[in-house]
Design a protein around this ligand. Structure first.
Ligand code: AMP
Length: 564
């Protein structure tokens, strides 16, 4: 099956898919479409975002859905609001020509009353986050009696966010006769357990492993000291003209600093991180999707909900700790059959980290040289011609009579002059600027290096000043400081358990949430090697103490006590 037209999908679906520019099914689509169309077994599919999995499960289901019934037949559960909106949008696109099919997205952080109203439209398809779906079940706003298909999308992510109980409730509240499809990037114990308990003799498919590295991405690294990093970044951007890229940073602070630096230097860039309100993040994502900005500086978590296919470059301004994150970040480019470039800025003392990433991912990362001013201008000239020869529309009427007599110039002279005008600003910038001193990776171990620690402390201190809010932005508003309304808890898990701040936020949210209850204020979160501390509003003290011991994180028991 090399073309969509070779699938047995209905003409309405093929037409919509064709309009989206899809020609051939992706690997996962090749495997799932015929399976779902013809088999009644449950399914476990190992696949990451970006593989085309939304179409993989929704196209065959759309093909089989009963558009004469106004009952919910198809439910998709996914971890975040952004993903939920994305999936709903994709399904709406795929069902564009199926006039009786309605899809509704339901997710937290948005008015439940409005969502209840939109359910009155009687959609056949619901895409939701587990918490909100449970709230709606409790309010009797969802009737799941006719569900045929249930998709758990990013099941590993939902479980690590603490949605285990919600998933189990939903799985048991839906008809036993349904077909369940579990999609996950990784297969861990929790995912196995859920599939064992709730899926019947599932068929398994896998599209590459988590560490599968796309072959069409070229990986480069550039060594630059802490003080040179921003200038080095500017040179990398300038020597790769016409780029549409995401620059990944480690902290919100760093993200904002890098974005500010780029904006001050005249780039169409902006920042995306958890210190922004949801509305601000939506605006930035929209600007980036519309290409009003072509460089997005983002934290890993904030960039998760962004679905953009045509990135030319991914730049790692700072290396992530986890090699898997490196693969995920880089995999944002090189999509939809295009080539991609991943460029990492590496401090001399980070040689061990680079080695770890190379050996864990088996990616070949080639050293590049930070471009000289001369190299930048050369690349820019290339970019001008690339633009000139690219297909483009005529944006305005042009009267040849406006062209003055040019017979006094040769062709070369004219091109030189035009290029001088076009590249003047850059040329002036680089004219008297020294090229960066070439740096070598040091053989010294990185982890204990003072510089590294100082950078980290600096960022951590500032992040704390701003109040530790979730990257996901469920908590927005003014930065918080430690105050008397907070109780400080000792928490038995730490970095060794792969606990991240976002996990702690989710755990606290879960332990303190309840019907009709306002959200608990969360203060400082400090994750240490073996344990952690967090602060929660006093009125929620008992909820934390009583609920946390009954929850698990990655299969581990949790314990919270009031800290001395
Ligand atoms: P997903 O893994 O579902 O997040 O899909 C990743 C991206 O690939 C989405 O933006 C889809 O629109 C796009 N996509 C999915 N299937 C195809 C296909 N067969 N051909 C081209 N693009 C696709």
């Amino acid at each position: 099956m090399n073309l969509f037209t070779e699938t047995n999908l209905s003409p309405d679906i093929l037409k919509a898919v064709g309009e989206l520019g899809y020609e051939s099914p992706t690997e996962i689509q090749k495997q799932t479409i015929p399976f779902i169309l013809s088999d009644i077994r449950d399914l476990i599919a190992l696949a990451q975002t970006g593989t085309g999995k939304t179409a993989a499960f929704s196209l065959p289901i759309l093909d089989m859905i009963d558009d004469t019934s106004r009952k919910i037949q198809f439910l998709v559960l996914c971890p975040t609001r952004e993903l939920c909106l994305q999936i709903a949008k994709d399904i709406k696109n795929y069902s564009k020509y199926m006039q009786n099919i309605k899809t509704t997205a339901v997710y937290g952080g948005s008015s439940i009353m409005e969502q209840i109203r939109s359910l009155k439209d009687k959609p056949q398809i619901i895409v939701g986050t587990p918490g909100r779906v449970i709230d709606l079940i409790n309010r009797k706003a969802l009737d799941f009696s006719a569900i045929h298909w249930l998709v758990l999308d990013e099941a590993d992510e939902m479980l690590s966010m603490g949605f285990k109980d919600e998933l189990e409730t939903i799985l048991s509240e839906t008809p036993e006769t349904k077909q369940t499809f579990l999609f996950s990037a990784t297969m861990n114990k929790e995912v196995e357990r859920i599939s064992k308990n709730y899926l019947t003799k599932p068929h398994r498919i896998s599209v590459g492993s988590i560490n599968e590295v796309k072959k069409n991405i070229k990986h480069e690294y550039y060594v630059a000291g802490y003080r040179q990093k921003k200038e080095a970044l500017k040179r990398l951007i300038d020597s790769n003209p016409n780029q549409y890229s995401i620059i990944f940073c480690r902290t919100r602070m760093e993200t904002q600093e890098v974005a500010d630096f780029l904006m001050q230097n005249g780039y169409a860039a902006d920042a995306l991180h958890g210190d922004l309100s949801q509305a601000q993040r939506d605006t930035v994502m929209k600007k980036f999707r519309l290409k009003n900005i072509d460089i997005l500086v983002a934290t890993d978590v904030a960039a998760r909900g962004l679905d953009v296919n045509s990135l030319t470059h991914v730049i790692h301004f700072s290396l992530p700790d986890d090699p898997e994150v490196f693969v995920h970040r880089s995999g944002r480019t090189g999509r939809a059959g295009k080539d991609g470039i991943s460029m990492a800025l590496i401090k001399p003392e980070e040689s061990r980290k680079l080695k770890q990433i190379k050996s864990a991912t088996k990616i070949e990362i080639i050293e590049g040289k930070i471009p000289t001013g001369e190299a930048v201008i050369k690349a820019q000239v290339g970019g001008v011609f690339e633009n000139l020869f690219a297909e483009h529309e005529d944006y305005f009427e042009f009267d040849d009579a406006l062209i003055p007599d040019l017979s006094a110039f040769t062709k070369e002279e004219l091109v030189h002059r035009l290029l001088q005008v076009q590249l003047k600003e850059l040329a002036v910038y680089y004219k008297d600027r020294h090229d960066l001193l070439e740096q070598k990776l040091s053989s010294r171990d990185d982890d204990g290096s003072r510089r590294d620690r100082r950078d980290r402390d600096r960022d951590r201190g500032r992040d704390r000043d701003r109040g530790d809010r979730g990257e996901r932005g469920e908590r927005t508003g003014k930065p918080r400081r430690r105050n008397e309304n907070m109780v400080r808890f000792f928490f038995n898990l730490g970095k060794k358990d792969q606990l991240k701040k976002l996990d702690v936020l989710e755990i606290i949210n879960k332990a303190t949430s309840g019907k009709g209850k306002k959200r608990a204020e969360i203060g400082d979160i400090e994750i240490l090697e073996k344990f952690s501390f967090f602060e929660v509003e006093k009125t929620f003290k008992d909820n934390v103490l009583s609920n946390i011991p009954s929850m698990k994180f990655k299969g581990k028991d949790m314990r919270a006590e009031v800290a001395n």
